[in-house]
Design a protein around this ligand. Structure first.
Ligand code: SF4
Ligand code: SF4
Length: 100
């Protein structure tokens, strides 16, 4: 279990990692070669796979930008905002879920 956190939230509770659209991927492996955090590996079918999803740096979209065919996607930025708001509420002792 990961003990690293982002804004006070354990990383293994934040689903921030790339998703590969296999129908677009050309298996160039630029994503794997670009990522310095070991998120990608190559599987037995010689395809890139997201094998260490919680190594992904929350908020980073570097591999998405370098994929030549637009095969990589991430959750919308608003997804991260929800964690920030939840954490603010938790730290303040409020139970509104960040709405106040
Ligand atoms: S950079 Fe894009 S096309 Fe190349 S292997 Fe990664 S996902 Fe596939
Ligand atoms: S978003 Fe950044 S840290 Fe995450 S897999 Fe892509 S390059 Fe690696």
């Amino acid at each position: 279990m990961s003990t690293k956190t982002w804004n006070g939230v354990p990383l293994d509770q934040i689903n921030w990692f790339p998703t590969i659209d296999k129908s677009k991927c050309t298996k160039c492996f630029e994503c794997m070669n670009f990522c310095a955090h070991g998120v990608y590996t190559k599987n037995e079918q010689n395809e890139p796979v997201v094998s260490e999803q919680y190594n992904c740096v929350v908020g980073c979209t570097g591999c998405q930008k370098i994929c030549p065919v637009g095969a990589i996607s991430f959750p919308p930025r608003e997804y991260l905002n929800s964690f920030s708001n939840q954490n603010k509420a938790r730290l303040s002792g409020c139970s509104c879920g960040g709405k106040c």
